[in-house]
Design a protein around this ligand. Sequence first.
Ligand SMILES: Cc1cc2nc3c(=O)[nH]c(=O)nc-3n(C[C@H](O)[C@H](O)[C@H](O)COP(=O)(O)OP(=O)(O)OC[C@H]3O[C@@H](n4cnc5c(N)ncnc54)[C@H](O)[C@@H]3O)c2cc1C
Length: 298
Amino acid sequence: MLPTSLDEAVEALGASPAAVPVAGGTDLMEAVNAGRLRPGALVGLGRITELRGWRYEDGGTAVLGAGLTLARMDRPDFAALIPALADAARTAGPPQTRNVGTLGGNIATAAATGDTLPVLAALEAVATLARAPRAGDSGTREVPVSHLLTGVDPMRPGELLSWVRVPLLHAPQVFLKATGRSGPSRAVASVALVLDPARRAVRCAVGAVAPVPLRPLEAEAWVAGCVDWDARGEEGAQAIDPAAAAAFGEYVAAACVPDAYGADASSALLAEGPTAAAVRLRRTVAVLARRALGRALK
Ligand SMILES: Cc1cc2nc3c(=O)[nH]c(=O)nc-3n(C[C@H](O)[C@H](O)[C@H](O)COP(=O)(O)OP(=O)(O)OC[C@H]3O[C@@H](n4cnc5c(N)ncnc54)[C@H](O)[C@@H]3O)c2cc1C
């Protein structure tokens, strides 16, 4: 099935419970080829042009179509709007994957290494889910992306991710990713950090170290109190003490990487402190978080 509108797509999904939506196919076809998925039917989303762009909404929000490709998000006009999301899209796989892989597919797959996910968590983005309307029910609902990812409020059968609402903060935001090798590859750890000067807040999410992006809320609140918000952006002024930025990195790493990281739960070694894998990963996360904060406050 190749619908040309969102309404047709949700109708097709509603009419055929065995049908699965497919956008760029970069994750789905890999699962089919590996024998992990045998969809009864496919609903192709590639012809739904309304989902391939974005628009502005009153109240300082960008509404992003689920069909936006990763390559499109890396273009300068989009990067000027939501720089951290553009940075994440730029690093998500090789060019041929980014040319067809979509924002909606990245969210729906919900891989631990999904690069857009920590950015959406830090931005507190909200997803619109659509399905065929029933009597007394419009067929759409809004769910924070983090609730979708954690399973607090998962996508239901027959639902399609249509839009992602992202608040426009008009302030620096950074995405940094560490990989095990050079060239495009999956994250070992990633950090998204956004400043929200209106609320004098720092928001941060760590990706790839757990099944879902993690928000180190206490570290965020602590570091927001260390930032000289009035000095930020002034020529020659220092918005944060380098020691506080380094401590923030350590705080984030300790909050997101447990002592037992990489260990068998029954391991007797746990009583002796963090595993070697935890120490290594914490070092990586601490560096990413410190650098991300430093770049955002430059
Ligand atoms: C070689 C390679 C390297 C990669 N490297 C990275 C990487 O470094 N970082 C990274 O983040 N990702 C990476 N990926 C993964 C992939 O490209 C992304 O997850 C991509 O964003 C998926 O989008 P898609 O449109 O191809 O999804 P599809 O494969 O079409 O769909 C994926 C899943 O999402 C569902 N789906 C798709 N759209 C919707 C929708 N609108 N509503 C509801 N459900 C939907 C499908 O049913 C399916 O279950 C890589 C993939 C490959 C093949």
